[in-house]
Design a protein around this ligand. Sequence first.
Ligand SMILES: NC(=O)c1ccc[n+]([C@@H]2O[C@H](COP(=O)([O-])OP(=O)(O)OC[C@H]3O[C@@H](n4cnc5c(N)ncnc54)[C@H](O)[C@@H]3O)[C@@H](O)[C@H]2O)c1
Length: 248
Amino acid sequence: MSERFEGRTALITGAGSGIGRATTLRLVEEGATVFALDIDEARLKETAELGGEQVVVRPTDVTVVAECKTAVAEAVERLGKLDILGNVAGIAANAHLTDVTEADYRRMFGVNVDAYFFLAQAAIPHLLEANGVIVNIASNAGLMGQAFSVVYTMTKGAVVQLTRSLAMEYMKRPLRVVAIAPGGTDTALVRNFSMPDDVDWDLIGRYTSPRGFAKPEDIAALFCFLASDEAKNIHGAIVSSDNGLTAG
Ligand SMILES: NC(=O)c1ccc[n+]([C@@H]2O[C@H](COP(=O)([O-])OP(=O)(O)OC[C@H]3O[C@@H](n4cnc5c(N)ncnc54)[C@H](O)[C@@H]3O)[C@@H](O)[C@H]2O)c1
């Protein structure tokens, strides 16, 4: 394993599971120290056990804006600086539009959009000092319409636009901003997928690639490339890793 992140620091959300855990462990393998956030304290602890002393955990509900600000401040205090912000935590749910409650709607925007914005806002002054990078996890669902997932697709579309607009605003400053748009990836998020009984499966089939699912480690590898100096010319891009799902 290379040491692309020797001496570098990262704040990763959703670090207790799936893509966030795989990313945390890959960053650590390549030399980084990671300030790892998740609402699930037990799973976060497991990530720390797997990653060793280069993983510093902070149980955090990223929907609480004040917590996002404090977490960034603590990360800088503990690690001395911040080179990488990985906005990874996300939730998904499938339902008929008419069945979505206001609480479901607000929760999904809270985790998938508000947290990405407020963590970026708090982290950017520190990232600018470090010539840093933000990697946001969007989704193929942010690039295409999807039946029975209207709110999720809206949130991921917002992540796409957050990424592009931040890239424009910081075009002349020492900060890169990119997003990954994964397709189906084998994590708890998809394993726990449930659909209303009466959905039209003919429509749902379009959101699964015939080439199958990615592993969280595949997305972590792309994350680490995009966060590294090897990707120094990639700014404002939404990089798909979706087994061709959005090809046509
Ligand atoms: N798995 C897929 O097929 C897929 C496809 C495209 C995009 N994504 C995106 O990838 C990202 C990671 O998801 P995953 O597939 O690894 O799922 P996952 O369920 O394995 O991990 C998500 C993590 O986010 C954490 N989380 C949820 N709410 C939180 C909160 N309020 N505060 C802090 N942490 C919270 C969970 O506890 C969990 O550990 C998400 O943004 C998801 O939308 C996943």
